[in-house]
Design a protein around this ligand. Structure first.
Ligand SMILES: [Zn+2]
Length: 145
């Protein structure tokens, strides 16, 4: 089976899965900073290594790429055109891992917030959502999908 992308492109695409400090993540961090919310980054002690940890509010934030984490109903979460089976298995694995990690975090008393890559574009909405963080109750109701 041939693929539409070459080796270099493929490995670049693969490496993006683990890429930290992505543009959407930086945007979220900027807004938190503006709001005066203190956070830490990429805590590897926690399940799923959350992108942002707000210890004071016992809140973790994942900034998810829509494609890799399969944002439901999002046009960026398109189905790959080649090696379909391989990619779908891989992508479904990502989603299963996300679900597992988020459940573990909630069990440990963390509030889990997922911010999708495509949501970061609307800066006003993002700011409003982050501004509400301190008043939200903790627990599973913070999870969005
Ligand atoms: Zn999306």
């Amino acid at each position: 089976m041939t693929d539409i992308v070459d080796q270099a492109t493929r490995s670049r695409m693969m490496s993006r899965i683990r890429n930290r400090d992505t543009a959407p993540e930086m945007a979220v961090r900027r807004e938190l900073y503006r709001l005066g919310i203190r956070y830490r980054l990429h805590n590897s002690q926690l399940p799923g290594r959350p992108d942002i940890v707000i210890g004071q509010q016992r809140t973790v934030i994942f900034v998810h790429g829509c494609y890799w984490h399969r944002h439901p109903g999002c046009r960026m979460a398109y189905t790959p055109k080649s090696n379909v089976e391989f990619w779908l298995t891989k992508l479904e694995g990502n989603v299963a891992r996300d679900t597992r990690n988020q459940a573990m975090l909630v069990e440990q008393g963390w509030r889990v917030i997922v911010i999708w890559e495509c949501e970061v574009g609307n800066r006003t909405a993002l700011r409003e959502r982050l501004a509400k963080l301190p008043e939200m109750r903790s627990g599973a109701d913070g999870i969005t999908s």
